[in-house]
Design a protein around this ligand. Structure first.
Ligand SMILES: Cc1cc2nc3c(=O)[nH]c(=O)nc-3n(C[C@H](O)[C@H](O)[C@H](O)COP(=O)(O)OP(=O)(O)OC[C@H]3O[C@@H](n4cnc5c(N)ncnc54)[C@H](O)[C@@H]3O)c2cc1C
Length: 366
């Protein structure tokens, strides 16, 4: 049996950040990844780093995390680009609600400004001209998540961590975890297993929400900001079985990444043409010039989600030395940095910068 100070199961963006902090703290670390490092939800993501303000807990975690992401700005592997976020209003009601939203963001130190329709046209001339204005958050950025996960894991391995690549954790045992091919690892376990977490700990209820993305050929300079409709939160937090929202991101290559959709209970990886068409039609309404572009690839990914939409970050109740960081839905890239920091404050018994109660896994078994 091999012993470690921490066994991190899952090397997506969450597990990679957690493993990196564990190694940096001097621990002897094992990383267990059944597939490709960063190849799960992390590879499917758009990579926006955005403060979402629908839920105070989500806002606190995203704000905390964004500050930590600043440290990645000069890292070539992050492909970090501070393009800013433009939230656009399709109706006067959405435009009128912007000051309240700016105030909410301002309370946690996120600076945002209202943009009237004329200024919106100046900032992004290719957007539809009948939009009612928007809100600009200048400091926000985009990154390339799978590459960051890969780079972090490589850094861990170079510093002495052991990567069990292509190996699956089959079950927990009282002192560690049982892998396939008869390998047993001994030590505290951190589950960063995204949507697969319930397979190892059934009492942590999870479901997944499938999302589609499309990437176009190259049109540098067509858009400058990542652009989302202000109604995006209705799609992200609503109860609809299927929803779409406008979300387009200019990649450093000049390509446009087009989202987004959410489907409950859709387990496969296949494209749903009905949902894809709905998503693109929504995008054409906000960015008509998209109709002229060539889509070169479309794919889907599963957002790992908890029943209340907040991630599980903390000790798994009733299990000794088992920790979890999973269930970040559509914001796991943004919140990976803060999640890892919060979790290690809890593991090490330090006072965390955030109140951890909202993310306590105990709520799943209450
Ligand atoms: C279409 C789409 C767009 C998105 N866009 C964004 C965005 O722009 N910004 C943002 O912040 N978030 C976005 N997200 C959400 C984000 O991708 C996820 O929240 C995040 O990637 C979750 O990371 P993770 O590490 O928890 O999960 P994953 O990346 O899925 O990693 C979990 C890993 O655990 C491994 N694993 C699971 N079980 C086992 C086991 N038993 N043994 C060994 N290994 C195991 C898996 O192989 C996997 O690699 C998007 C998601 C989707 C689907």
């Amino acid at each position: 049996m091999r012993s470690y100070d921490l066994i991190v199961v899952g090397a997506g963006i969450i597990g990679a950040h957690c493993a990196d902090l564990a190694v940096a703290s001097g621990r002897k670390v094992a990383i267990v990844e059944a597939g490709v490092v960063g190849g799960g939800a992390t590879a499917a993501a758009m990579g926006h780093l955005v403060a979402m303000d629908e839920d105070p807990a989500e806002l606190a975690l995203s704000r905390y995390s964004l500050r930590l992401w600043d440290g990645y700005e000069d890292l070539p592997q992050a492909e970090f680009r501070r393009c800013g976020t433009l939230w656009v209003a399709a109706s006067e009601a959405e435009y009128d609600a912007i000051p309240a939203r700016i105030a909410r963001l301002g309370q946690v130190g996120v600076r945002a400004e209202r943009v009237d329709p004329a200024a919106l046209r100046e900032l992004e001339p290719t957007l539809a001209h009948d939009l009612c204005g928007g809100m600009r958050v200048r400091d926000e950025a985009v990154v390339y998540p799978p590459r960051i996960a890969g780079w972090l894991v490589e850094r861990c391995v170079a510093a002495g961590a052991r990567l069990y690549a292509g190996r699956q954790a089959l079950r927990l045992h009282p002192d560690g975890v049982q892998l396939d091919r008869g390998t047993r690892l001994h030590g505290p376990v951190l589950l960063a297993t995204g949507g697969a977490t319930s397979a190892l700990v059934p009492e942590l209820r999870m479901h997944q929400r499938r999302g589609h993305l499309v990437v176009t050929d190259r049109h540098p300079g067509m858009l400058h900001h990542q652009v989302l409709e202000l109604g995006y939160a209705d799609s992200a937090h609503g109860d609809a079985e299927t929803s779409v929202a406008f979300n387009v991101q200019p990649r450093p290559t000049g390509q446009l990444l087009v989202g987004s959709s959410r489907e409950r209970g859709a387990t496969g990886r296949e494209i749903n043409p009905v949902v894809l068409r709905r998503m693109l039609q929504r995008a054409f309404r906000f960015l008509p010039a998209l109709r002229q572009l060539q889509a070169i690839r479309a794919w889907t990914g599963q957002r790992p989600s908890t029943p209340d939409g907040r991630p599980y970050i903390g000790a798994v109740p009733g299990r000794r030395d088992v920790w979890v960081a999973a269930g970040h839905e559509g914001l796991g890239v943004t919140t990976a940095t803060g999640t890892a920091r919060l979790l290690f404050d809890l593991i090490d018994g330090h006072r965390p910068a955030l109140d951890p109660a909202a993310y306590d896994p105990a709520r799943s078994v209450a």
